[in-house]
Design a protein around this ligand. Structure first.
Ligand code: PGA
Length: 258
C-alpha cells in the first residue's frame, strides 16, 4: 500500500540548543522565507523554556510549534515533568515522543512511550513517535522486527486506530547526527513496511498517518528522500539550526508535491 501525500510535514528538532537571541533570529528568518509554502506544514520543536517565545513569534504564521517530550501523567507530584495540558497552554500542536536520545539516556521504556503517545492525543496534540534500529540490528537484518516491536507496544495496548492523525518518524539510530543518512532505498523499504503494518490493521488510520524520515537529512539528500513513496516529510536535527539549510529542506518538501 502506498499513501499519496498531498501535504508534506517538516519538523525542526532543536534538541538542547538555542537561546532567546539565537531563536529569535532563526524564527524571524523562517517566517520571512517560508511564508509562501502552501503544501508543506512546518513545525519547530524547541526546549520547554522557549515555548512562549515560539508562541509569540509563530502565531498567525504557517509554522506550527511543539515540544520534544511530555509527561505520561495528567497532573501531580512529578518534579521536573511537563504535562500535555501545559503544552497546549502554550499553543503547542505537536510533541516528539520516544526520541532515541531520550530512550537511551533516560531509559524510556516502550511502555512509557506508549502512555505518552496516548496522553498527547488525549489533549489534542499530534504525537511524533520516533522508531528505529541500531546499527547492530540493521547489520543483523532485524530492523523490521525491531521497529515492529516498538509499534506493537502501542498497538497492543491502545489499538492501531490511535495512529490516525498521528506521525511516525523512522529514525535509524545510526543515522542520527552522524552525517550518514539512510539511502532512499533503505528508507523506502522501511516506510513501506510501517505503512503496510498499520494498514493491515486499520486502513482508516493509515490514510490519516504521516510517516517522516529522520537522521542526517540535509538540503541535498532531502531532494531524493522526499520523492520516495510513503516518505511524508522529515524530522530535522542539525540542519534545523541553520536557517538556509532548514529552509532549503522545506523548499525541497514543497517541490516534491508540486
Ligand atoms: P539529525 O537529527 O538531523 O541531526 O541527524 C535528527 C533527529 O535526531 O531527529
Amino acid at each position: 500500500m502506498t499513501q499519496k501525500t498531498t501535504q508534506k510535514l517538516v519538523v525542526a528538532n532543536w534538541k538542547m540548543h538555542g537561546n532567546l537571541k539565537q531563536n529569535s533570529a532563526l524564527l524571524t528568518d523562517f517566517v520571512e522565507n517560508l511564508s509562501a509554502l502552501k503544501h508543506t506544514q512546518m513545525v519547530v520543536c524547541a526546549p520547554y523554556p522557549y515555548l512562549a517565545q515560539l508562541q509569540s513569534m509563530l502565531q498567525h504564521t504557517n509554522i506550527a510549534w511543539g515540544a520534544q517530550n511530555v509527561a505520561k501523567n495528567e497532573v501531580g507530584a512529578f518534579t521536573g515533568e511537563v504535562s500535555a495540558a501545559m503544552l497546549t497552554d502554550f499553543g503547542c500542536k505537536y510533541v516528539i515522543i520516544g526520541h532515541s536520545e531520550r530512550a537511551t539516556a533516560y531509559c524510556e521504556s516502550d511502555e512509557n512511550i506508549a502512555t505518552k503517545f496516548v496522553q498527547a492525543k488525549r489533549h489534542g496534540l499530534t504525537p511524533i513517535l520516533c522508531v528505529g534500529e541500531t546499527l547492530i540490528e540493521r547489520e543483523a537484518g532485524v530492523m523490521e522486527m525491531v521497529v515492529s516491536k516498538q509499534l506493537d507496544t502501542i498497538i497492543n495496548t491502545h489499538g492501531a486506530a490511535v495512529f490516525a492523525d498521528a506521525v511516525i518518524s523512522y529514525e535509524p539510530i545510526w543515522a542520527i547526527g552522524t552525517g550518514l543518512a539512510a539511502t532512499p532505498e533503505q528508507a523506502k523499504n522501511m516506510h513501506l513496511f510501517i505503512r503496510n503494518k498499520i494498514s493491515n490493521l486499520n486502513i482508516e488510520a493509515t490514510n490519516r498517518l504521516k510517516i517522516l524520515y529522520g537522521g542526517s537529512v540535509n538540503p541535498q539528500n532531502a531532494v531524493q528522500l522526499f520523492v520516495v513513496p510513503n516518505i511524508d516529510g522529515g524530522l530535522i536535527g542539525k540542519c534545523s539550526l541553520n536557517a538556509q539549510e532548514f529552509e532549503a529542506i522545506c523548499h525541497a518538501a514543497e517541490t516534491s508535491v508540486t
